[in-house]
Every structure is written in structure tokens, then in C-alpha cells.
Design a protein around this ligand. Sequence first.
Ligand SMILES: Cc1ncc(COP(=O)(O)O)c(C=O)c1O
Length: 449
Amino acid sequence: MTLEKLLPSLRSSLPHPIEPWLWPASTHHLPAGDLSVGGVSLMRIVAEHGSGTQVIDIGEFRARADEFRHAFYDADVSYASKALLTQAVCRWVEDAGLRLDVCSAGELFVARRANFPMDRISLHGNAKSTDLLRTAMPAGIGRIIVDSVDELDQLAELAFGQGRQKIMLRVIPGVDAGTHPAIATGIEGQKFGLSLLDGSVDRAVTKILNHPQLELSGLHCHLGSQISNAEPFVRAAGTMVAEMARIQSRFGVTLPELDLGGGFSIAYRGGEVPLSISETAADIRHAVRNACDRHMIRPPRLAVEPGRSIAGPAGITIYQVVTVKHSGDRRWVMVNGGMADNPRPCLYGAGYTARLLGRLSGANEEHLTIAGQHCESGDVLIADALLPEDIHPGDLLVVPATGAYHHSMASNYNMTPRQPLIGVENGTVRTLVRRETMSELTRREVGDR
Ligand SMILES: Cc1ncc(COP(=O)(O)O)c(C=O)c1O
């Protein structure tokens, strides 16, 4: 029995503990239910920028990038920019000595605007346009991760007259990482990669080896996201090395690089434990070395592509409660945000947690549903949140682990202006992306009839 349970009145003076893994390491309590992140009061952010606001702890992002660089000290770490990308993010990634992955013309555009070194960028995508390849290749893109045999025909044509272009082949290792089907990418029957079962890898290797300007630097795979143990990576390492050995014996080429993709899990709810980066790095290193010994090939240089595990835990989102009402067997809390700023619950059934911000409550806690403001019954941000039963309109809620696939996946659904992205670091506040304005919603329209 805790003191809090014996004396319920104490509850109002005891803020909820800050759960490990969920919040940026800099998070601590301030008086009156406020929290400090990156040395900045979240209530100050609300006062200056309003609610319906995303905050990123720049120090946390940098620390996580450093953690990857140290854990994978003998490998290349490429930040998957789809998780969160702005020009400032490019700078943090470059400062940390990481490479950058892009998978669209827009991501490449932002990286180039930020002067990210082109030779440290890898270009992904299952449907790269000729225009995109035409921009990337002469600009000196580091690697192109080829996703189909057709793409090679396009590349072969464009490569003539250019310098040598490094190519990696994305293959399907047939490893089910146990993730949500919408984010499982290491198995047959989804859209990414070349099958190891139907001869397409051999056709692709032949095309590359026959082209003087294309250089096959290695194999790539990406198993999925939110992978919560090292075992799928270990299995993939074995399959990939076996395939490299097969290519070596069939074509007489040694492939110097092996990229095992991203997908390192993070915590979204209390009690969840993220994948240990250092332990996973050690397990992968060991698996690659063993497989290379077994197949008697030279160990390739390893690469990984984390996105979520660098950006995710660095972000939080602040909402305001607009309405509280009953529906069915529970109360629903409606906030000034939803599927337009966080589509992940709708897309993948992703779970989150929320806490009250800006006041302490001594009330009992209740299981509530937090819904968004959009015109979809599926617009539920948190199906089951535990919050004080005295929650009321005007309260502020803060949701952790929103640094990845939030800002980057946000939409204007229901003509909703997109939220700002506010950076905090060492007690300073920087607007990285300002709030979208109403007038921007019609900016692309051409005429009114
Ligand atoms: C090819 C590739 N690499 C890396 C990533 C990053 O994954 P995560 O953000 O889960 O680490 C993705 C995500 O979809 C991806 O498709």
C-alpha cells in the first residue's frame, strides 16, 4: 500500500512519475503539473505557440544519433529521413556523423537545400521516377537502392556519360519480424524488394555487371518497423550473407556492403521497453561474422537505417481538451488534433499514452478514449488512456514519443492547418516549422471557378 493510496488527498501534490524510455531524458517536473523538456517549460511553449503543437528535444535527437554511431562504431548509420525531415534535422544528422536515407524527390530536395553531402545520401523507393534519377545521379548521390529489375533498365540508360554509380539491390530475405502487416517489408507478397526465389536477383546482378557505369556495392533489406528483439536481424543477416556468398560464387564478385535497414523499436506506452541499440548492434555484428565464416566470404561493411528510434522519443505533442462526453460504456475526450497530425493509430492501430499538463489532479483515474477533431469515426488517437476523472474542456494533454512519423505524415485533412514543430535545446526555443495558416490552405488553388 503506497502512501498515496492511504491518503488520497496526497495525490494532488504528487505528479505522475516520468516513465523511463517514453520521454526525452531531459524531461522533469515543474511546479503545478508543468513539465520541462530540453530545459523549457511546456506551459511556456503553449503560451507562445498554442496547443496542437509538436515539440522536439534537439538534444535527445542528437544523443540518440550518437548512441547509434557508437553502438555501430564499425558500420555506417544512415538516418531514415522519412521519420522526420527538415533542414535543421539534416544538420543534426550531419553533425552526428551519420548518413541520410531519402525515398522521394521531396526528401532529396530538402537534403540538398540543407547542403547535406550528396555522397552520404542513399536513395530508396519502389517507384523512382526518371526525373528523380536524373536529378540524383548527376548530383553525385552516394547510393541508389534498386527495388526492381525495371528500375535497372532506367538507370542503365541514364548512367551513360556519368561517373560510376554505386548500386545496392534491395532483396526480400523472407524474414517475418512480427510487426503489423502494413509495416512488414521483409517477406514475400509485399511491394518492396527483389525476390530471392524467382531469379530476379540474378537478372539484376547480370544487368549491373554488364554496365560499365554501374557498380554493385552490396545488398539491402528492411524487415519492417517496431522490431522488438534482435532475432529477426540475426536471421536476416544469415540469409543476406548466404545470398552474397551465392552471388560471389555464381558471378565471381565480392560485394563489399550489407545494409540491414531500420526498424528498431521504441516505447510508446508505459511499461514498453525499446530494443537495446548496443545489444542489437553486438548481436548483428556477431551474426554477420559467423555467417561470413560459415560461407567463407570476406565480411562486408555493415549499414543500418534507423529512423523512428532516433526521432521518435525526442518528440512530444501537446493537445487541448475541447469536449468530454459519454458514448457507449465510456467517456470520450475530444482534442484539438487527431488523424491529420497523427495518422498512425488509424493506419496501424498504434498505441500511445497521454498525461495531464499544467495542473495536478487528486481525482481517481479513469479509462477514457481520446478522439481527434476530424470527421471520421475512426479518428481515435488513444483508444484507452488512463487520465484523472475530473478531466474537462480546457485541460492540456501531452503525448510522448511523437517525434517520428507524425510531422512527416501530417495532412491537411478537413482543411486543417498543420501543426508547428518547435525545437527545444538547453533552455532555448526555436521554431523549426511554423504553424500553417488558413490562407495557405487555398494557396495552390488556381482560380475560384
Ligand atoms: C528502407 C527503409 N529503411 C529504414 C526505415 C526506417 O525504419 P524505422 O523508422 O522503423 O527505423 C524504413 C521505414 O519505413 C524503410 O522503409
